[in-house]
Design a binder for this molecule. Structure first.
Ligand code: DAT
Length: 178
């Protein structure tokens, strides 16, 4: 656990991926199957005003990464959290024992995002983000190879399988890595 001051009693998992790939759904089910607690970074940013205004082009909050990290630091040092966010390169690497990148086929993601009301540039930017595997590349360049796991999230069955795999991993995790 290089970089952290103390050893966590429980692991932290980061669940990332393009919007619509199923992060929040996966995290909600994962906390039901483990003792982990869910932190939805997008909601936290809104609730605590951890942003520097609104991005007109991408139609989203411009998050203040430093404020977000300050807000999360104590919790991450304690351990036992599932963090849900569509970005991963600004968190300290030592916070996470596993970084999960959810991936969805383009046509399925397109339908999910249009039903959420995304259109125009916002829709296309997110579809391109998925096509170019932006989050997977970001995760691979920010965390150790053995920490990053890509998981398909096309169907309800995929979610069940992913949650079962992650819950088993979390429930068997030991601070000393044994
Ligand atoms: P995210 O948090 O990545 O933005 P979400 O969990 O809010 O995604 O899911 C967006 C919508 O898509 C929601 O209506 C649930 C649905 N969905 C997500 N993953 C799915 C999957 N693997 N199979 C079926 N539906 C899924």
């Amino acid at each position: 656990m290089a970089g952290s001051g103390r050893v966590r009693a429980r692991p932290n998992i980061l669940v990332t991926g393009t919007p619509g790939t199923g992060k929040t759904t996966t995290c909600s089910l994962l906390v039901d199957a483990t003792q982990l607690r869910h932190i939805n970074v997008g909601e936290l940013v809104k609730a605590k005003n951890l942003h520097d205004g609104w991005d007109e082009e991408f139609e989203c909050d411009i998050i203040n990464e430093e404020l977000v990290c300050d807000e999360l630091e104590d919790k991450m040092e304690d351990g036992g959290y599932v963090v849900d966010y569509h970005g991963c390169d600004f968190f300290p690497e030592h916070w996470f024992d596993r970084v999960v990148v959810l991936q969805t086929d383009n046509s399925i993601l397109h339908d999910r995002l249009t039903s959420r009301g995304y259109m125009g540039a916002k829709l296309m930017n997110n579809i391109e983000c998925e096509i170019f595997q932006v989050l997977l590349e970001e995760a691979r360049s920010s965390y150790a190879e053995n920490v990053v796991v890509a998981m398909q999230s096309n169907s309800v069955e995929d979610i069940s399988n992913n949650v079962a795999t992650l819950a088993e991993w979390a429930n068997n995790w030991r601070p000393d890595g044994s």
